[in-house]
Design a protein around this ligand. Sequence first.
Ligand code: ATP
Ligand code: MG
Length: 425
Amino acid sequence: MRLSKYYLPTLKEIPAGAEIASHQYMLRAGLIKQTASGIYSWLSLGLRVLRNIEDIIRDEMNKAGAIEVLMPCVQPASLWRESGRYDDYGKEMLCIKDRHESDMLFGPTHEEVATDLIRGTVKSYKDLPLCLYQIQWKFRDEMRPRYGVMRGREFLMKDAYSFNIDYENALNSYNLMYKTYIKIFKRMGLTPIGVRADTGPIGGNLSHEFHILTSTGESTLYYDNKFSELLESEDIESLKSIYAVADDMHNLKTCSVPQEQLSVSKGIEIGHIFYFGDKYSKPMNAKVVSRDGKNVNIHMGSYGIGVSRLVSATIEAFHDDKGIIWPETVAPFRIGLINLQTKISKCVEIANKTCEALKNNGVLYDDTEGSVGVKFARMDLIGLPWQIIVGKKAVSENIVEIKNRATGEIEEMQIEEAINRFSTE
Ligand code: ATP
Ligand code: MG
C-alpha cells in the first residue's frame, strides 16, 4: 500500500480529553475517529488491527469446536421480559421503539437471543455439547464512556454461548474456554491473568475475568507474582489455582500465596467467562430430552472477549514515547518502507521495486514528499514492527537499513537480503 494513495489522517498534537496513551495514540495514528461520545469510526489502520484480532479469535474458537453464527444487533424486548432481565438491566440498555410501538433494544449482550436460537432446534442430549459464538457490535449506554474504545458505548465483542446436558459437561466447556482464552491472548503477544470474579448482572456461580497488567487499568489486581510461570501449564486445575483477584475480592485471610509472593497492579479486563446453569434456559423454557427420556433444562455458560477494547489494551501494553509498538501478530502492516530521497529517481526506483517484491508481505510504503523527520516520526507513531529505510546508500552501495521498532536496533544490509528476509515467512 502506497501512503500517497492511502487514508491515514495522523495528528501531531495530543487531542484534548485523551488521557491515556492508547487513546492518544489511536487518535494520533489515525486508527479511530470519534463520532459521538463512546462511539467511534474505525479508520483503515485501526480496522486492520481489529480484523487481525478477530482472525486469531476465530481460529482458536474454531479449533476449540465452537461454531460461528451471527445474531442480530437489535433485539425484541419480549425476550428480555421472558428471562426476567428487562427491568433489571438498567440504564446501560439502549431502548428503542419500532414503527408499531413495539419495545426493542440494541443488544448489550446476547444470552436471551442465544437461548431463543437453540430452543426448538436443539432437542436431544445427542445434539449437545454445543458452543456457538459470534463477533458482533454491542451497545451499552455506559455512565462514563472513556479512554476511547477502552470503555466505549458501542463496542465489538466476541461472545460465545455453551449448551450442555449437565453440570459436569458444562464445566468441561467452561474449562476448554478458559484454556482457549489463554491461547488467544498469548498469540496476541499479551500476558493474560485469569481472575476469580463476581458474576454481576449475567448471574450464575462460576466466573473468571481475564486481565492484562498495565499501569493505567480500571481495576486493581492482587496476584501471585509467579503466575507467568504457572501460565505455561496445560493443566486447567493448575491454571485455575493461580491466585489473582480484583478490587475488594482480595482478602488476606483467603489469600493462598505468601505475602512476599503477592503483587499489586492495575489491570485491564479483556475477557470474562461465566457458567450460569439454567438461569436463562429455565425461564425461557429451553429443554432437551436426556438419555433417560426426561425433559431437562439446558446448562449454559457465556464467554466474552472485548475485541475492540483489545486494540487499546494492546497499545497500553506496547508503546513508548514515540508511539505504538505492535506485536507482529496484530500489526496493521508488518513493514513500513520509507523512501528518504523522493527527488533521486534511482532511489525511487529501488523503493518501488522493494515495495513490489514485498507487496504480499504487508508493506506500507511511505512514498510521500515530506521531510525525513516527519516520515520517521510518523512511522514510529504508527508502530509497524519493521522499517525498511531506503536512502542515498541504496544508490551508491545497494544498502538499506532495517529498523526493529521494538528495540530500535538498526541493521544495514543488501537490498536483496532485506527482500529475502521479509518475503520468506
Ligand atoms: P466492565 O466491568 O469493564 O464493564 P463487564 O463485566 O461489563 O466489563 P462483560 O459483560 O463481561 O463486561 O463483557 C465481556 C467483555 O467485553 C469484557 O471483558 C470487556 O473486555 C468488554 N467490554 C465490556 N464493556 C465494554 C465497553 N463499554 N467498551 C469496550 N469493551 C467492553
Ligand atoms: Mg460493564
